[in-house]
Design a protein around this ligand. Sequence first.
Ligand code: FHN
Length: 662
Amino acid sequence: MRFVFLILSVLIACTQLWAQSAYTPSPQNMESRREFSQARFGIFIHWGIYSMLGDGEWVMHNKNINYKEYEKLAGGFYPSKFDAAQWVSAIKGSGAKYICITSRHHDGFSIFKTGASPYNSVDATPFKRDILAEIASECHKQGIRLHFYYSHIDWGREDYYPVGRTGHGTGRTGWFEGKKLPQLDSAVFQTNWAYENYLKFMDTQLTELLTNYGPVGAIWFDGLWDRDKQKNGLLAQTWNLDNQYALIHKLQPGCLVGNNHHMDPFPGEDIQIFERDIPGQNLYGYSEQAISTVLPLETCQTMNRSWGYRVTDTTYKTEEFLIKYLVQTAAKGANLLLNIGPRPDGTLPDESLVRLAAIGKWMEKYGETIYGTSAGVVPEQSWGVSTRKGNRNFLHIFKDTSEIFVPLQNMEVKECKVYADGHPLKYRKDKNGIRVFLSPDMPVDGGIRVVEITSEAADGVAMEKAIKAFLERYPQATLQDVYKNSFQDWFGPAHIMASREGVVKYLASELKQMEQEQIGVDDAGSAVAEGSCNKLSGGKYYTPCGWRNNYYQVSLDVVRDGLLTVDEFADAFICGGGAVPEVTDEWMQEWELMKKIVRRIAPEMEGFSADADKITALIKEGKYVVHHSNRYGEAYKPHYRIIRRDIFEACILPRIKKYDIL
Ligand code: FHN
């Protein structure tokens, strides 16, 4: 038994490692991730022939409708009022930046022309129109991104067999092409010739979706949980995820892959999805997964209680609730994907249109406090939530109160004002933060009052502390040391680390520690510069080539696997950590801030300005690359690294490629 378990664990590990090593997000993909994060708001559409029954998209399963009978609905599907231009402009009017529409839901009906099955809106309905083509062309025309939802489940195909947890009453027989298929009777899913056929069917459809509709922003998978008898690696194999993801990235490298499997992201996924929960919540038991610190996040939510059109569901959330929900989601650094279930006649429900317009009106005025923002530095308070953009903090106040306390410790406040009209607000500073006095005539929109506080960039506080502590510990440190300490992943003082001997010694002790699975920084002797990065981050090991959450094994593996020799590793180490060539505005702001802090707290550092400006020039010239990377817990995020471009390309890029650690 133990042996079987061991084999299973090794298989799982291998699958994961293989998948990780095989996937390196392309530059286009990284750019799509960035755009996606900036968007913050999208509209979800669940539409199919189920809308005719007015009982939600699960009606086939819920009412145990035999697929042969269900299919006949298609013969009556004629959404005479469908007008893609109207849909897209109403959605655009809400301020949403992308649309995610169901191309095929669990019932198996495709609302696009597919050669993989006649069961689609062109070949099986009197409507005879490719709905996705019309939506795609409008999206491209009106300049809004398009994402496709794609169901892994199919309740109407005999080759979706063995059946999973759902759709047992939809009439699938277990017979395919004249042969009886095996049942799912073991813990490890066995594929069969029929299921292989189903996998091919999905590949054909995905190829069509990524070939016939122009640029696709994302493929949004759903339904993996139907067969969740196996976990992680084996589950990925069962669903052929590695190949599916690779196919998508091959056809459109910029297309993001998301999967609503309610688990930690699998290798090859580009966004993390939460269903009906803002990251951090778990109201329905769907969100036990850890929140990714690497991937962009998205929460999907319904406007009433249904995804697909349900004629009796009038339990619409109020406009105010939805606006606040969008703000709360942004305050957690996530996008909101808000759902609409169109009617069978092709119109969007009036209740949805009213809500789209209300959100749009609010976004017109306050969009700047949502689009392109990051999670607030101030965590959720009894008065509301906050978002931030550089050194601008946007406080969204939900509570009816005359003053609020904002725990922005040691922050140098430059300005505190009403966001809408710039009217200055009084505030008082104390040691734990700032007390802001709200004026009674402040505008209230969507039940929210918005205050803007411009402060010295939030990370400045942590940075200042770090620089001070570093200088206390290493009074002889040079500017380069400070610079590296702040921006180069805490590699330690250059005056120790720049010597090859020091690095090799350090590296040896690191490897020893890793093998012993201990941190024990003292072990590393005089070469150990700074051990706090791991303690702060809660990470387990140092990774001398740059660490990041969940990838701490990389630095050990990189030598173990012979990807870099100890010597090459030492070279890379002397020169800096892993990096991705991207000098962001945010990084530039932080760099300017660091220079300012050093000038203030260590004016004795001679030649600082000259050096700092030289480094800036080299970065601008592209001789160095900078990467916005790790987060130091809540206190210090984001974090940046810098490295010479030639060294990055020679030493680090192969590692990134191998380990998928962008
Ligand atoms: O079963 C689906 C459901 O119909 C709907 O599509 C939602 C959207 O997140 N996802 C599944 C449930 O997890």
